[in-house]
Design a protein around this ligand. Sequence first.
Ligand SMILES: CC(C)(COP(=O)(O)OP(=O)(O)OC[C@H]1O[C@@H](n2cnc3c(N)ncnc32)[C@H](O)[C@@H]1OP(=O)(O)O)[C@@H](O)C(=O)NCCC(=O)NCCS
Length: 633
Amino acid sequence: MLTADELKKRYPQKVASTDDIFGKIKAGDRIFISTGCGEPQYLVNTLVRYVESNPKAFFDTEILHVWSLGVAPYSDAKLKSNFRQNSFFISRHTRQAVNNGDADYTPILLSDVPSLFRLRQVTVDVALIQVSPPDEHGYCSLGISLDITRAAVESADTVIAQINANMPRVHGNTFLHVEQIDYLIWHDEPLLEYPPPLVEEKIAEKIGHYVARIVEDGDTIQIGYGGVLNATVTALGEKKHLGVHTELLSDGLVKLLKSGAVDNSRKERNRGKTVASFCMGSRETYNYINDNPAILFREIDYTNNPLVIAGHNHMTAINSALEIDLTGQASAESIGSTFYSGVGGQANFMRGAVLAPKGKNILVLQSTSRDGKNSRIVPALAEGAGVTMTRGDLHYVVTEYGIAHLHGKNIRERAMSLITIAHPQFQPWLIEEAKKRKLIYEDQAYLPGEKGKYPAYLETYRTTKHNQRILLRPVKISDEPLIKEFHYSLSDESIYRRFMSVRRYLPHEELQKHYVVIDYTREMVILAIIEQEGREKVVGMAQYYLMEDTMSAEVSVVVRDDYQKMGIGFEMLSHMITSAKSEGLHNVVVDILPDNTAVFHLIEKLGLQYERKWESGIVRLIISMKDLAGKNN
Ligand SMILES: CC(C)(COP(=O)(O)OP(=O)(O)OC[C@H]1O[C@@H](n2cnc3c(N)ncnc32)[C@H](O)[C@@H]1OP(=O)(O)O)[C@@H](O)C(=O)NCCC(=O)NCCS
């Protein structure tokens, strides 16, 4: 690396006093400032001091920036005649000014900004950037903020760079030769850091658990901004051979890189490399990416290009939103008409990912606002909200209450799925609002309180002895279409054996009353599900009802004909019996036709002791829970 003295000797014409340099800025100029944590704080503060101490300094300039994280001293009201801000992505520091009308906001996909500069649709007169010290060949690195900064540098009339020894040298397209810079000001200071907003640990854990169910080994992932996303990546630590192609490199992602879950070995593009465009995180993260050949920074019109994103098989984009409505459109940009952040790169990634072979997208959000007062799942987006994800975009939505798969689902199905993953406190309200809007059945039932509280703890994955992986989970109020499909797939014989009747017709009213909207404190329906590319297919259903005034439950089970004799009945019944036992039941009873050898065989396989009773042509098997310790778990 060159020292400050060597730099002065080699490039004397590029070193001048700040007064001389800033004196060249003219009224009406557009001044670009590097993004996020790459903001050259010393340059910005010195510029503002220069203006404050020079009554004749320029006026009416426009500050162009993305996600200003610094203190933004130029936004002070007394400098109103000198600066007006224009954000491509709003931050906490600029939000109030934008919404008061004291600053501007330009909604744009960040991937479109470089061409905006290069085609001079927006001219950049002065670029204030921050770089690492130059090497002996004269190359500095744009370090943690490449994104739109290179395009700004290449199209600006004057480039002023703060050299900061704390700026990492990052591999990729980050290098600028000193000759591309007009003025150099050396000032070392700690880089801005971005501690993502904290999320309650339990909530992050639950969300992470659901996201980890969707992300598969070998996927290439992108993860967006925000506390929830940063916290939930921890849950991906157990995955193998993940790849990363992302816009923002966060502390969370770097943790995954360090853990070995990411090795980029399966990526179609840039194999072996983690690709990102900028980084916002902690000092530790900046140290990690310094001179790290496994990390490649590319400009934002490359990383965020949907065609590049779609070039990764198994691409999985994971982003967050402020609100989602019951039809499946989400806003990440505004809360009603209050501008909150920006268009950013979310739409590029979420769309690019689903264009990829076996690609998918996941929208992650906490079910309520941080104070718990508002549901983020709402009947309709508030007036003025900017739609970031349209109804056609989303595949999965995840909250701490589960997963809603929206792709290919009609309005009723998606509204019910989203209500199921809303905070239980808001579910009755959402159901009533959805009914008013005719989004769901007019008579959609719901049991509030304990009776309707979904027992997520009963969810479990099992692999049958025929190597079929199944999810066993209690029924949800959104499962009506799945159960309907399952019921009508059953043969007459299976229906007869299960219901002791040949009646097939199962209208909505009965379906919801007997199988879908159940009182979990008195009955249970466990579904055996095969997950196929996001869709759930019910292949078996087990039920029990508590019998009044006894500690017994009546159990029944049925498996789809084309999945019988694959061990599914065994897994369901064993799960059912385990849960019945944990509820403190003494007995379970199963009513069968006398020739139902399958059930006898099944019960024997489970090692259950039973007594038989005959009642009007039906055999009642009474299974005692007492002798069960250690079995069926
Ligand atoms: C009874 C039923 C649920 C069993 O489900 P399943 O998923 O096919 O059962 P499994 O594959 O787990 O079988 C467990 C054991 O029983 C055996 N088995 C299954 N069906 C059998 C049959 N018809 N005859 C003899 N043994 C049978 C299996 O071979 C297996 O034993 P193995 O491990 O030695 O191979 C299923 O046959 C069904 O849905 N029947 C119609 C509905 C019904 O009769 N319900 C019971 C009244 S509530």
